[in-house]
Design a binder for this molecule. Sequence first.
Ligand code: NZQ
Ligand code: ZN
Length: 386
Amino acid sequence: MLNFELQNPTKILFGKGQIAQIAKEIPADARILLTYGGGSIKTNGVYEQVQKALAGRTIIEFSGIEPNPTYETLIKAVALIKQEQINFVLAVGGGSVIDGTKFIVAAAEYEGAEAWDILAKPIRIFKAMPFGTVLTLPATGTEMNSGAVITRVATQEKLGMGGPGLFPQFSVLDPEVVSSIPVRQLRNGIVDAYTHVLEQYLTYPADAWLQDRFAESILQTLIEVAPKILANPSDYKAAANFMWSCTMALNGLIQKGVPTDWATHAIGHELTALYNIDHAMTLAIIFPNLYKARFENKKEKLAQYGERIWQITEGTTEEKAQAAIERTVAWLHEIGVKTRLSDYTADYAKAAGFIENRFTERGWKALGERKDITPSVVKTIVEMSY
Ligand code: NZQ
Ligand code: ZN
């Protein structure tokens, strides 16, 4: 096991009716900026519950944070914070609203000339305005981590940011919000969380027996929950397990003491920036091919994954590893997820060269757990994904 430090300050309020508890988490005299997206919270009762919980408080609203939140939109909220002397931000929404809010609270305290530098350079965030969240879409884990991913429309870039200043002070996880989520977003949530676990687990053995079993238990729970939640998002038992699995998949716990990959995410963000494909769907396009391309590096963990998750017990390490990749792709298809770039666009042939060049320009020469995924390996993986 590798050495590690672990500190996660986010308070979780989990369960039915917990939105009602947010008033006690926010100072009584706070000037609150309420951030949200395109309006789903207005039709599913979440907005109403938040307003009721915060009755009598000073609230200014900023809506319209789009999926894959953009710098161009968010920078307007930074101006509003100064204008309205806001001192607490409450994000109510999915990963995009929460990530967007992380950028807003970081940029509001940033003293440099150009807030985009937080992403371009990137600048690690130690200090930001205090904020809390009400999660409406289980998927990203952003409600209990300190990362965010922001898009700049003008340059078709999608980049990550983070730092210890970006943990939410609190996050409400009420599984009842799941009942209004469309199937497309439920699928996204399952696949995003599943891939988060794979990024931190399908590397090489590090004698981290407990972390492996944490990771495997999240994968098993997601596999169990997927058909139930897709068939009936109002199934509270399934929704609760789905929601907590997504949070646990990326709140820092399972990555401690183990090598991590994250190359699938780096490549996937480019596919979203180029073709506007939903984040999770880009991951399903890339990871099976990344595992084939890096097979020698990953075969021990792939075989362990095949045995423990898919009961593939026959054959050599290589045969089990190969079968594990195939079984995972079959599962993605079973839950209605497409796994080729050409399923989404006819204009796919430019992707590999474009992404190779971008990674070369950024100096991203050593991705993956062994730092051996070069831009030319990335090109191969993307070509395999056509
Ligand atoms: O905007 P509204 O109207 O709220 O509608 C949203 C949006 O259209 C809708 N929605 C959310 N909750 C709902 C709901 N509709 C009905 N009922 C509800 N309860 O769903 C749509 C998609 O929302 P979005 O927030 O974009 O989805 P998701 O949570 O999957 O977030 C994706 C973003 O998170 C980033 C992704 O790159 C992408 O930009 N990620 C953030 C991570 C992090 N911070 O740790 C890690 C991830 O790997 C990921 O990169
Ligand atoms: Zn993700």
